[in-house]
Design a protein. Sequence first.
Length: 177
Amino acid sequence: MTDAADRAASSDRPLLYLDIDGTLLLRRPQTDAFQDAYEPDPDALEFLTWATARFECRWLSTRCRNGSADGALRAFRFALGAASLPPDWRAVLGGIPASGWSALKLEGIDLAHPAGWWWVDDAPEEADLRRLAELGLEERLIRLDHGDPHALRRVRERLEGQGRGDGKDHSSPAPQP
Ligand SMILES: [Mg+2]
């Protein structure tokens, strides 16, 4: 598919809202003076490459609450300890816009997106959880399990079949494990 056709079809793709800290970047067990407090999850690049090919990805993070993706790019650059993002990271991160919000992350979610949406987060706030429950949309949130060293692979398994062009039923979420 051409880039233009891909953009035209963007509303056909489900939105995938991505938290950053604790989801794609993990707190280092120990740091020295020259290291950022975070490092990328070992599966983060593979996950993002997969996700950006199938979903309209959006940052939903305190790092870019103001709606600018700059904070996300900076966070990954620091976590990688790089003066500028390596090309493979830039290729995936550069195409992800940020969704702004103020009190609730849900403010940043397009609840009425025609192709639906998913939200991946390790530690959603209570207020967001309450609002999701009021709307009956709890199953749209995919929470990471910090005890699982391959938590992002589990997220991908849940999302498999929900993206565009996979020929599967998109009407209902994958069952909970
Ligand atoms: Mg988090």
